[in-house]
Structures are given as C-alpha cells and as structure tokens.
Design a protein around this ligand. Sequence first.
Ligand code: SIN
Length: 315
Amino acid sequence: MNCTAQLAGKKFNHVIMNASGAHCMTAEQLYEIYHADTAAIVTKSCTLQPRQGNPEPRYTEIPLGSLNSMGLPNLGLHFYQNFVQEAQQDKPIFISLAGLSLEENLEMLQQLNQHSTTAIIELNLSCPNLPGKPQTGYDFQRTQQVLEQVFSFNKLPLGVKLPPYFDIIHFEQMAAILNQYPLQFVTCINSIGNALHIDPATDTTVIRPKNGFGGLGGQYIKPTALANVHQFYRLLNPSIQVIGCGGATTGLDIYQHLLCGASLVQIGTQLMIEGPGVFTRLLQELQEVMQEKGYTSIDQFRGKLKYWEQQNPTT
Ligand code: SIN
C-alpha cells in the first residue's frame, strides 16, 4: 500500500502529522511526536520571544471536540530553530510562525532565511485567541500586504494556515490573492474562532480567557474543514497544495480529507485526547479504508470527490 506524499520538495512516508498547537510546544512533546508514527511534525506557533499565553484554564475537551484560548504560549523562535537543527531530520519538520505584528513575522522569517533552516514554514494567519488582535486571514487586504512583504525576500518553502471561510465569495477572493504568490501550500483550517461552551450543571463558561470564547476543534468542525479543503483544492493553482486539518478522528476522516484534495492531514484535538499513539491507529485505519475501496495508492483517489449528479446521472 503506497501512502507516501510529496510537498514543498520533500518526501513524506505517509500523510498524517500533528496540527500546530497539539503536543508540540516543549522539547519533550516535540521529540515524542517526532519519534511517533508521524509523517512530519509542526511546532507550536511561535513568536520571536517566549510567551506565557492566556490565563488557565484555557483548553478543555467538550462533548464532540475541544475549545481553546491558549493565546500563543510558546518557547520563542530560537528554541524551535534549535530543535530543527538538533533533530536528526529523517522526516520533514514545519516551523509555525505567528508573530503579533507583520514586522515580527518578517523578522522571524528573515532570521530563518539567514540561517537557511531546513524547516518548511507554516505562517499562521488565523489565531483567534489574541484579545484585540483580529485574525489576519479575515482581512483580505492585510493578507495581501503580508504576502507581498514576505515574498519580497523569502526563499524558504512556505505556506499559510488559514481560518475557516463560510461564504463562496470569500473562498474565491482569498484564492485569487493566494494565487499571486509562490506559496507551497495552505493549511485548512484553524479552529472555528470564538465559540462558546456552557457547563450545563453550573451555567458557567468552561475556559477563562475572553469570557469563555475560544477556538472550536474536533468532530464539530470536520464538515467545515472538508468544505475549505475542497474549495481551495479547486480554486488554487495546482502548485499550491492543501493540508487538511479539522475533525479527523478515524481513518475514514483522513480518507475524506484526501478525497477532498488534501495532500497531508493534520491531527489536533484527537492527538490531545489520545496521545502520540493516535498516528499508528489512524494510518492503519486509513490503509483499511483504502483496501476496502480497492485502492493501492493515494493518487488513485486524492481530490476525486464525486458530486451528487455523477452518482445520479438520470435524475
Ligand atoms: C493559540 O495559541 O491561541 C492557538 C493558536 C491558533 O489557534 O492559531
């Protein structure tokens, strides 16, 4: 069974990796997932300097997923840069950047370019948890400015992590912007921002920051994630690949992300719930689904979502 993939000029032994934010902030967590059955790993979104993030409790499981308002706690760019240098690199490593300003993102990127890091860059344009800071990906003009500046000097393989979009015109407008730049990939989607969960026993919010508002992850968001993956797969230049992220808890979910056009699939909430063993289970389940459907390689079905009319030609 061939589950290999290629992205940003690198080879991936299969298609499943962590999502930024899940089990990837400290060296211990990073090495644990690096040595697990991942195809690649991505670090916690970082800033130039280390950050404490929002007050706790700031992450919780809820019935069909998770709610978080972490506020970018991280150990700072140098820590993740050093991790990339120290790891043996028998699998690709992505560094996720989430500067608090355009200038900070450019400074981090400049440093990574100067040091010719071997990492792939995932530029996070979609953190919903910073009080007073809008998600860049919802400001189309700002996104264009960011990409213009980034690609005025960047030579590293780079993609962007997008927030979920919900309107067809927004997919089209964002794709038209992204298509102007030599992006290697987009990651769809970050959590659905600013959701609210209430503890029914106490009528109370369940996380502390932002009056309980936080990014929604897990099974709640799979249909939105699949829609975003498929829309961007259709609308982007073929040179810009899509990484699926959102709601995958089984091998069938991974299969459906691939069917919608994803080249790789990231696991967030389910990794938090199950730990690094999740990758072995998901890969095995994906292979079982492929076998049941008679596929021996991902290229045979990736992006080949069938529309209703194709299955019902006479109606
Ligand atoms: C956070 O640290 O608040 C999560 C980051 C993100 O959702 O991009």
